[in-house]
Design a protein. Structure first.
Length: 281
């Protein structure tokens, strides 16, 4: 019965979105507020998640852009059991795709897309103290992807995401994340994105909060991330212009060049050790 009701409501939303009388103004002032009110008040987590995803799918991108804050505020009010992460990521991915669509007009200059998402995601996290840390980092992954796709020249947006992640880890007293844990994997995914997007270790050095995030990995995590950075620099044939820059890079990947307090006592695998030293060279 619930599945049939879900299909019925979803179909009605599709039909509503197809009505010629629904323009931006009527959607903004009447349609969306009424839909969001019904969704929030129903208090059924399965229904809420499905209906919010329906809204994202059936209405046009430019409608979402003009009502972004209202939609995200409603996300913060959903039942605690709703996987709000998936809803927000779906919306971010859709608008990022819209921004890259050559046929579209892109993101209007008066809509501060990154700022809106950044503020509202922070509010969602604050309203959900039990949100798993890996879900929190997943939201930061989506946000950093949005920044790089919609604002590729705004390096400060990327650094803002890294700073926020660092603040969240401090607040949750997270450190030395065990390699292979879900939150460690998400953090590694987050940090690899600027490495693989910029393909320039010098740009990474301009990110003030990139290096400090290394401290949240355990030894194995730091080592793998360091090898990834060095491999990327070699593949990109990045020329490091000064000794100062060399020192800064070595400071980030210091687990490859000096012993660590949390380094395991058992000897390194000879092949892995040889590869790491080759990268360092």
């Amino acid at each position: 019965e619930r599945r049939e009701l879900r299909i019925l409501v979803g179909t009605n939303l599709v039909r509503l979105s197809q009505l010629e009388c629904i323009d931006m103004e009527s959607y903004k002032k009447c349609v969306l507020p009424c839909v969001l009110e019904q969704v929030v008040n129903c208090r059924d987590p399965i229904a809420q998640e499905y209906l919010m995803e329906c809204v994202i799918q059936v209405f046009p991108d430019d409608f979402h852009l003009q009502t972004l804050s209202a939609f995200l505020r409603a996300c913060a009010e959903l039942h605690p059991n709703v996987n709000v992460k998936n809803i927000i990521i779906a919306l971010i991915d859709r608008l990022a795709l819209f921004a890259q669509n050559e046929e579209g007009a892109g993101i209007p200059a008066d809509i501060q897309l990154f700022d809106i998402f950044s503020q509202q995601i922070s509010q969602v996290i604050q309203n959900r103290p039990d949100m798993p840390p890996e879900d929190i980092v997943s939201l930061q992954v989506a946000l950093i992807n949005l920044a790089l796709k919609c604002y590729p020249t705004q390096v400060d947006y990327v650094d803002k995401v890294l700073e926020t992640t660092e603040e969240i880890f401090n607040r949750l007293n997270l450190d030395h994340l065990e390699h292979g844990s879900m939150v460690s994997r998400e953090l590694m995914r987050l940090m690899k994105i600027p490495v693989e997007t910029y393909n320039n270790v010098l740009t990474l050095l301009s990110l003030q909060h990139f290096g400090p995030l290394f401290d949240y990995f355990d030894y194995k995590g730091r080592k793998l991330m360091s090898c990834h950075i060095i491999s990327n620099a070699l593949d990109s044939e990045t020329l490091i212009p000064s000794q100062e820059h060399v020192d800064s890079v070595l400071n980030i990947v210091n687990c490859l060049v000096q012993d660590q307090n949390d380094q395991p006592e058992e000897p390194e695998d000879p092949e892995d050790f040889a590869e790491e030293q080759g990268l360092r060279g």
